[in-house]
Write a protein that binds this ligand. Sequence first.
Ligand SMILES: Cc1cc2nc3c(=O)[nH]c(=O)nc-3n(C[C@H](O)[C@H](O)[C@H](O)COP(=O)(O)OP(=O)(O)OC[C@H]3O[C@@H](n4cnc5c(N)ncnc54)[C@H](O)[C@@H]3O)c2cc1C
Length: 408
Amino acid sequence: MPSARDAPVIAALGAAAAIGLGSETFVASKPVQAESSPALRGAGAAAAASTWGGSSRTLAAGAVATAAVVGRGALLRRRATAVKKKGVRVVEGKEIPWNLFSPKAPYEGSCISKETITSKTPLVNWETCHVIMDHGGKVPYIEGQSIGVIAPGPDKKGETPAKIRLYSIASSAPGDDESSKTVSLVVKRVVEVAGRGWCEYSNVEKGKDPEFPDAEKVYRGVCSSHICDLNAGDDVLITGPTGAEMLLPEDPEANMIFMATGTGIAPFRSHLRNLFHDKVSKGKFKGCAWLFLGVPYSESLLYDEEWKEMQAEFPDQFRYDYAVSSEEKSEKNKINGEMWVQHKMMEYGEDLWQLVKDPKTHIYMCGLKGMESGFAECFQEKVEAEGMDYKEYLKQMKKDKRYHVEVY
Ligand SMILES: Cc1cc2nc3c(=O)[nH]c(=O)nc-3n(C[C@H](O)[C@H](O)[C@H](O)COP(=O)(O)OP(=O)(O)OC[C@H]3O[C@@H](n4cnc5c(N)ncnc54)[C@H](O)[C@@H]3O)c2cc1C
């Protein structure tokens, strides 16, 4: 459930902006629960330990631990699940890169580029940056994972360096330049100002904040400021990769519903570039993906052009809708009448419900806490109208590994 301080932010998400949707609807197969858990896409299996990534791309380079995995004999590979390997985790029978770099021994990467990809809005925390970092091929990851970043600090209690913060990876395994040597993040700069929304803490001396010199209190996020202030060539300490919640199923015919609020778009950019953009993987996916993005203002839309290009190229496989809460209304929202991401989804109620019921469909949510209740707002009634218990239905979806949530 969202906390009281999340409320204004959640309230700021959503709102429909009618965009050019194709008339096609996804074909959903029979509405029954899957009998077995779907396997994961990519992520070299024990029997194919030399390939990692949704793109099934052989890694050119890797950490020592990676090298240890690659090139082992067939016998050892068969026993892979029984042997605990450093830098690898077995998830649903597949090996994926895992914590190759720890907080005590992080990878020293560098910033290739940093770009502010939103424009100013009335919100003090309007800025979101797209950052591309060089990992020299040493921090391989698969789509849906996260990395940690260690800022120089000082942290909340004065610690230097600061404790790690996790960030969902926003690039596909080959990276934005498809060299397998870069990783991209989409990071919102945390700024809290007294009198301009929630602000409990302060880490800027009164009167010294360049943007808000008159404010009683200003708090600037330790790690998000570090990342959003990076310049090309600056060092970045990276840990990980980690995370198995947001991985894609292996079935190329699976369908995906991606629900994102704000920077929750990160893992979906990673997946969508894998499915519809990268040379190595484009064209292999045979299912459908439907992205719903919620932001507070149209200036806050993230990667809008990329989605529109994908939609133009794959009109039968990719749908994209967004909700801009401060600019559009929905009568479905009984709290404040704004269009939040779930209210946008409700506009496609029956189509989406058929898709959700398809055992080949996976639901992914990423972004604000409270997104799960948004999903319930959309589908609980539909589940119950078919004589099922919502809690049981969710339990079954989780058991089938087709309900994925990463909120922060
Ligand atoms: C799996 C995962 C993926 C994530 N992915 C992304 C992503 O893709 N993009 C993104 O932007 N973020 C992401 N995050 C969030 C990210 O990890 C950071 O939490 C975020 O960037 C804020 O970090 P910060 O250091 O800038 O803020 P902090 O400095 O950590 O501040 C965070 C909050 O702590 C409060 N605070 C300050 N002092 C105190 C105190 N003494 N006691 C209690 N509270 C205090 C502040 O008021 C502020 O609201 C993700 C988180 C997780 C867990």
